[in-house]
Design a protein around this ligand. Sequence first.
Ligand code: PMV
Length: 324
Amino acid sequence: MQATAKAHTNIALIKYWGKRNESLILPTNNSLSLTLDGFYTTTTVTFSDGLQSDEFYLNDERITGIPYARVTKFLDLIRNYAGQQLYANVRSTNEVPTAAGFASSASGFAALAAAATRALQLDVSEQELSRLTRQGSGSACRSIYGGFVEWEQGSKDDGSDSYAVQIVPEDHWDVRVAAVVLTATEKDVSSREGMKRTVDTSVFYDGWVNSIPHDLEQMKQGIMAKDFEKVGHIAEANCLKMHATTLGAKPPFTYWHDSTMAVMQTVQDMRAKGIPVFFTIDAGPNVKVLYLPQHEDIVKKTLRESRGVTDVILSRTGKGISYK
Ligand code: PMV
């Protein structure tokens, strides 16, 4: 009744930004991501009849409150799926700076779903695992796979056709990502709250949704052809559109700090000097920069010197779920 799984986080190049169903976590648009080798969660789940409730430890610390509630709610889903009632002890180790715009919930829920289903000896396909994982955290359903991954929004009300699929595996293309850390403080507006406010109130929301099919098609062509300029330009523009929706919300908000904009400027300055680099930003102030291996040294050095930068963590393309 015990299993251990490891999952990597992922960075969206076409963002998931908005739900059409809050409780089932069904998105308003397809999204596309790159799984990252450098950031991961390892989770051991042990179901036992000696427990009176679930227990959750993150980096050896006992977790209570909202993060605990999200884990037990997800375990309820797995218990329901498996048709049994045992409580679980969950121990996770996170190699992701939490809640600073790195989707630690992505690797967290992917590892939890994989370990919990394996511990219960459930025979689930990767597609089924992705569908289950989605209900813990949307972006997590993409972390089941390595390389470039698309989350298909699906159209059914029950969510049965909303899951991720791999576009190409991690060895297709050696694209790298520099995670530029600006602040480790918790974000003011969670992705959950930010999405909801945007869907409900942003005057720019329809424009965002309508622009996705074209971005997706072009992005997939760029990935297949390993056209870095094409992929980078689409990713950067898609990120800017997502963040623009937050400015059109009521009340308006932004995830950017002044140092976020300084890094965006640094990236565009590098590009003007002929180094192909592109940024993307999630629901937090930190910036991720896409680059090719031959530019690693200059990219790292230049980003480190940008205003407000506390760390630059480099990552390669990562694998999907693995078990220990
Ligand atoms: O799955 P969540 O609730 O962590 O939302 C993720 C939202 C973004 O990171 C901003 C975009 C994405 O597609 O990962």
